[in-house]
Design a protein around this ligand. Structure first.
Ligand SMILES: Cc1ncc(COP(=O)(O)O)c(C=O)c1O
Length: 381
């Protein structure tokens, strides 16, 4: 039997390819974005506790109320933003599902979604599988991936349904500023364009920066979907739990999609996070934890021939290898995994036209020993 593919140009994601290669070759895996250390033992105890207590059946479709309440509290405490747990907060199976459910909820055939590239790899397939078209705004290292808002404005048509953004950004490590949010509000004023804001690295933000979400702008809040995830914040990427914050009318449509994708998410994990979120230090301490990792990794790389600007946020550091070689980034990432024993992600994979700026991305959500060893190898190049 042959399936007429709906995604004929899609293969296995680069993250799987590089992680597999790293496993086969025994390379230090700084490619895929997941920690190589464990989550808090307290979280594991909490999951255990709730499993033993019998919290093992379907959770409500929108998520258990204590978790929705805890997210509402955290969002109010940190950003003075009010989302009602009843009808404005939904728990989903990671940010990946949140993104897919949003696209399913809002896109009609032929709608356009503006995507900044380099872009996280699930955005465009989620748009296209739902009948939409990605319209690209290409960011480049020449101006440190700054956004030209006039260019963004020029991409808006009467078919523009949404703009998707990521802050802190994967793979560039850039963070939105208040100016960015104001520009976004100005160019979309009176348009009814939805904003899809991927904020999975919300707490991984450096050098005293403040996290700026479009939801903090009163005009944008009413048409913004905020996409969150516990995976990156709590070192639990394998638990696949995330959430969507959006005004009532948007949430109602979001839930219609979510209920047919996963319906509901694992119950004991939700209770565990609800308890864990009650202690703000559990998420606030993540900022300093990753600041130290970024600083150490950057410091250990100092003697190398790479060029880079320290990441503003996320747990990724991009480096330019132009002074070392001009080989294509994809080939080089594979070669260095095999020959040097350090796996990375080539940035060209995040561009629709596979633009090769000679940049690799290293994930520094790894224990210090692995980071130091990797830097040592990279400094020899
Ligand atoms: C920018 C971005 N969005 C979404 C995700 C996926 O999040 P989750 O694991 O919660 O589905 C990732 C994971 O790497 C990411 O980097």
């Amino acid at each position: 039997m042959q399936i007429s593919s709906k995604q004929p140009n899609i293969g296995t994601t680069i993250f799987t390819v590089m992680s597999q290669l790293a496993a086969e070759t025994g390379a230090l895996n700084l490619s895929q974005g997941f920690p190589n250390f464990n989550c808090s033992p307290k979280l594991i105890e909490l999951v255990n506790h709730h499993m033993k207590k019998g919290m093992n059946q379907y959770a409500p479709m929108a998520g258990i109320m204590p978790l929705r309440e805890a997210i509402a509290q955290k969002t109010a405490d940190l950003y003075q933003l009010n989302y009602h747990p009843n009808d404005e907060i939904t728990i989903a199976s990671g940010c990946t599902e949140v993104l897919y459910a949003i696209m399913t909820a809002i896109i009609h055939k032929g709608d356009e979604v503006i995507v900044f590239e380099p872009a996280y790899d699930s955005y465009v397939p989620s748009i296209e599988l739902n009948g939409g078209k990605a319209v690209y705004v290409t960011l480049s290292p020449e101006n440190n991936f700054a956004i030209d808002w006039n260019l963004v404005k020029s991409k808006i048509t009467d078919k523009t349904k949404a703009i998707i953004l990521t802050t802190p950004h994967n793979p560039t490590g850039k963070c939105f500023t208040q100016n960015n949010i104001n520009s976004l509000a100005a160019i979309t004023k009176n348009t009814g364009i939805f904003i899809i804001s991927d904020e999975v690295y919300e707490h991984i933000i450096f050098d005293g920066r403040k996290h700026w979400s479009p939801s903090m702008h009163p005009e944008l809040k009413e048409r913004t979907f905020v996409c969150g995830s516990f995976g990156k914040t709590f070192h639990t990427t394998g638990w696949k739990l995330g959430y969507c914050l959006a005004p009532k009318e948007l949430t109602a449509e979001f839930r219609k999609a979510h209920q047919w994708i996963t319906f509901s998410c694992p119950t004991p994990f939700q209770y565990a996070f609800a308890d864990f979120l009650k202690e703000p230090d559990n998420y606030l301490s993540v900022t300093q934890f990753y600041q130290e990792k970024r600083d150490k990794f950057n410091n250990w790389l100092k003697p190398s021939r790479f060029d880079w600007i320290p990441a503003e946020g996320s747990f990724f550091q991009m480096v330019s290898y132009k002074k070392i070689t001009d080989e294509p980034d994809y080939d080089l990432a594979i070669k260095w995994t095999k020959e040097i024993g350090v796996a990375s992600i080539p940035i060209s994979v995040f561009y629709s036209e596979k633009i090769d700026n000679k940049i690799l991305r290293f994930c520094f959500a790894k224990d210090d020993e692995m980071l130091e060893k990797a830097a040592e190898k990279l400094c020899k190049l």
